[in-house]
Design a protein around this ligand. Sequence first.
Ligand code: AMP
Ligand code: ZN
Length: 493
Amino acid sequence: MATPELRIYESLSQSLKPFQPLVEGHVGMYVCGPTVYSDVHLGNVRTFLSFDMVFRYLSFIGYKVRYVRNITDAGHLVDDVDHGEDKIAKKARLESLEPMEIVQRYTVGFHEVMKSFNALPPSIEPTATGHVIEQIALTEQLISNGFAYEVDGSVYFDVTAYEKIHNYGELSGRKAEDMLEGSRNLAGQSDKRNPRDFALWKRAGKEHIMRWQSPWGEGFPGWHLECSVMSTKYLGETFDIHGGGMDLKFPHHECEIAQNKGSHGHAGAQFWMHANMLTLNGQRMSKSTGNTLLPEELLSGKSAHLTQPYSPSVTRFFIHQAHYRSVLDFSDEALNAAKKGHDRLMAAFESLSKRPTTGPKVGSFDTDAWSNKAHAVMAKDFNSPLLIAELFEAVKAIAADRKDPSVLGTDGAQSLMTQMSDWLFHVLGLMPPQQVNDRMKKALDGSMKLVISLRQTARETKDWATSDAIRDQLDAAGIIIKDGSEGSSYELK
Ligand code: AMP
Ligand code: ZN
């Protein structure tokens, strides 16, 4: 069947717009990545999984997607404003480490978390520190276009000059007075001509370790600059989709749009997409307030918020059961309900592969009509909750078919199995039970390697009590250790 026309809710126009990529068959998508100064929490994970689902769906319907997601490793200041310490440098100072050790630690951690949730890696993952030259060039361009000015080694974007031509606030809908809220009485911004101006380049004080040479002396780039620079560099001045969490609309994306328009006249992306927040106890999950739950807490179940661990696949199911633009509240009960739904869906899918090949070829359940509905709901702004509702329609048909094989028929069952597999595993990114088994096998292999080496050490030191206890307890757990000339290995009983 022909895929229905994709429509996406676009934040600048606040409307559902038909999606037409700039280059036929190709999509350029930029998503703001993490600031790598601490572990990502489940709220961050929700946003990245929402865009993973978007990436997966676009690829599934045949687009060749260049997906760029950056790593913010410099320039993001504490409190998201234009003064104060760099978040990464602050963490480095507190831990007596190099800023790049902090960056490395949390970038690796972020990748591990995303992989554990079965998120596909982006096509390009550029860093702010890798693009300082380009950020300086964009700052120079904005100065020469009359939209920026230098004061004492810092360069600010000139909102007043910009507003003579463009509309600052068009994305967030904020009025000038609202933008001033919170920016008044802040120390260190007295060199701005207007409190709404924002930093493109900041002079580095003596204590600021992350610093680069520039035409204005030693300094560092403002937070918003990197995304303008890296999206343009890898996707062009105009590209298809720019994504991030709702909280980035202001100031981050508002400033990005101003920088883009100020340098080349276009907003950048044709579609600005924003994913909504994950809340905990009704409050936004946030690193700065400490109202967070970490992925490892969820996967181990070790948290006061939880009664049991939840798998990455159940977590993805929970996340995609809500529309990406709706607020989603995290709770143990909600996760528990998601687990039941997830397991029912997986069991029904599994049962299809074991279905006897009896009965008629064609059944009464119309798989084509079902497929059309599944495509239609996803084509309307990636409505994953409605897709999941359609998947449960299939579950009902599978249950009916178990009693009466004329419901699906052999061909219908085959077709449903292929299509469900596509939606469940390719688009929603859930993990097939086999993949979960593979992961468990890998974990068991790793831990058995450790146990075998501990037993080996005990044997070498003639600590027979320990080595026997290890063997006996493994035996009781159903694992046999085999000693051979090449070393020891294990087998399940
Ligand atoms: P950060 O590392 O703070 O820049 O955040 C990385 C991404 O996570 C951004 O797209 C944020 O919008 C998003 N984010 C932060 N908090 C939440 C939350 N509670 N729920 C969903 N997304 C969030
Ligand atoms: Zn960004």
